[in-house]
Design a protein. Structure first.
Length: 57
């Protein structure tokens, strides 16, 4: 099972992320249009915890 992942609204997804991937995602969504300017970060421990971040943070 994947421990964590990031997924952009535009379809990009990466497994086993670290802090650099999250910083990059924050920078990337600032350049996207409103429809695609969102990403999700999931951290799986015993349950899955998902954080959604949109363009205006």
């Amino acid at each position: 099972m994947t421990e964590n992942y990031i997924q952009y609204a535009e379809g990009y997804q990466k497994d086993n992320i670290d802090e650099k991937d999250i910083v990059k995602a924050i920078k990337d969504i600032q350049l996207m249009d409103d429809e695609h300017g969102v990403f999700w970060v999931s951290v799986i421990t015993h349950d899955e915890n998902v954080i959604e971040v949109n363009k205006d943070l």
